[in-house]
Design a protein around this ligand. Sequence first.
Ligand code: NAD
Length: 276
Amino acid sequence: MADQDFPTGTLMAGKRGLIMGVANKNSIAWAIARQLAAQGAELAFTFQGEALARRVRPLAESIGSDILVECDVTNDDTMDNTFATLKDKWGKIDFLVHAIAFAGKDQLAGSFIDNTTREGFKSALDISAYSFVDAGRRAAAMMNDGGAMVTLTYLGSERVIPNYNVMGVAKAALEASTRYMAADLGPRGIRVNAISAGPIKTLAAAGIGSGRHMFRFNKAAAAMRDNTDPMGVAGAALYLLSDLGLSCTGETHHVDGGFHAIGMPAEDAMTEASGG
Ligand code: NAD
């Protein structure tokens, strides 16, 4: 997907926003950023730690962005600095993309009940769910003429996905937070939505045990019999963050080739999924 072109247009012309969660060119946040930039948006980026700065800086520069701030969502000082920088440079913002999640590798394999520790639970919920509430509150304070926010979630919040474990619980909290944020911010014309994306090969996805099985099963069992294209996720983000998404808020929108709609995969899909 890194080499695909996004259609250009003016849907986001005059709008400025913050993208949180680009780690490299495979990040879902990067597909969304390119889509928004192709429609005229001006973007600022956060990155987590100097190691990632080396990857994120050239990406940001390639779409003309010069606002790049280090931010670890567990560190209030870096969150303060991120939004103070935006306030200083832009005064106000129009949108926020939150594409951040983390759980320790030991929490993402085997038995949920046996392997989930108090610390693992707290950290997964803090980084993957609370950070959206925190960033959303700070972003909303800078949205004077309405605005829009989008976060990224996964079906493991609604159904049991092997090895997804505590991250499924964190995503359920993230989706519930999306609804509460939408209710709080709706009267100010600020919309808050989540995109539930199917599996996509990224750094974060590599941390989940049985990744190969997940991609093979999704491809076989999804209504579209294919894995999720990040461009589809980026397109959904464009809809939700632009005026096309007017009146849509509090929603968890699935972009997963229809995988979520299937109750029982067809027989031939099961054979294919098992590699037969
Ligand atoms: P990614 O690894 O490219 O992005 C994850 C980002 O989270 C990274 O940029 C990382 O730096 C950031 N992050 C983690 N801990 C952080 C912290 N403490 N402070 C600041 N940033 C932190 O992977 P991705 O798949 O693009 O993930 C983006 C979002 O999409 C995540 O919320 C993920 O759960 C969600 N998602 C991914 C998939 C998938 O299959 N890849 C499917 C559905 C939803």
